[in-house]
Design a protein around this ligand. Structure first.
Ligand code: MN
Length: 129
């Protein structure tokens, strides 16, 4: 067993070029036995690129609202209290609504692969489905 302490002082981690917009994250569980948990903040309109997770991912929305959308069009609006299961290998993106922020816990299983950016057209299509 291991107890992982909560947030320490210092800046949040600013996510890099596989995100659109300024996305901030704090680690909750550093990768342990191939499980990684982060608390991720998306300002309005910000989102991930398309990507996959080797063994799947669980998103739990802790506040705000946004979108979780699969390449095949499944998914949709998510809001505080919702939980999303993304199966292994499913191409998807997640992010904030255009008119509000999103904070979710991201519980990622195994590795991940980043793909192309979610363009404005795809974002708007996903965000109205
Ligand atoms: Mn994901």
């Amino acid at each position: 067993m291991k107890i992982i302490p909560g947030r320490s002082d210092g800046p949040s981690d600013e996510r890099g070029p596989t995100f659109t917009g300024t996305v901030l994250a704090d680690p909750v569980l550093p990768t342990t036995d191939e499980v990684t948990i982060n608390s991720v903040f998306f300002p309005p309109g910000a989102r991930t690129h398309w990507h996959t997770h080797e063994r799947g991912q669980i998103l739990h929305v802790t506040s705000g609202h946004g979108w979780a959308v699969a390449r095949d069009g499944h998914g949709g609006a998510i809001r505080a209290g919702d939980t999303v299961w993304i199966p292994p290998g499913e191409e998807h993106w997640h992010g904030a609504a255009s008119d509000g922020y999103l904070v979710h816990l991201a519980i990622s299983l195994g590795g991940h692969e980043w793909l192309d950016a979610v363009g404005d057209e795809d974002y708007e299509r996903g965000a109205t489905s």
